[in-house]
Unconditional design. Structure first.
Length: 127
């Protein structure tokens, strides 16, 4: 079991994504980079990113240069999304998630992001 928003958690997500047929089929060979900014967590603010290119996904703690999109949310919202308690689209529509950057590209890869969220809910995570 890995602790949410740690390096170990990010590695577990990366491994799961690269072994998940639904995500791999949805992302294909597309390139997508998303920066996530979480605030108000027990360990303060934590940034992580998801980068997919050439059919390989990588999620890591930290920041990435020139992301396609930046997603900002509270720790509570990030936890709810990770647990599958709240849908990303509904969190966005209710203002719990703020998105900046290339929204068209984000929407183009909506299925892959739904698969990414589904992978997250399947992991054994300590919150």
């Amino acid at each position: 079991m890995s602790k949410f928003l740690t390096e170990e958690w990010a590695r577990d997500v990366t491994t799961a994504l690269n072994n998940h047929e639904g995500f791999k089929n949805a992302i294909g060979a597309a390139e997508l980079s998303a920066q996530f900014v979480t605030h108000e967590g027990p360990d303060g603010d934590v940034n992580f990113y998801l980068k997919a290119a050439g059919g390989i996904a990588n999620q890591a703690i930290g920041t990435i240069d020139d992301p396609d999109v930046t997603v900002t949310m509270s720790y509570d919202t990030a936890t709810q999304v990770s647990k599958g308690e709240v849908n990303v689209q509904s969190a966005f529509m209710t203002g719990k998630i703020k998105v900046a950057g290339n929204l068209a590209k984000l929407m183009m890869h909506q299925t892959a992001l739904q698969q990414w969220a589904s992978v997250g809910t399947s992991l054994d995570v300590e919150y």
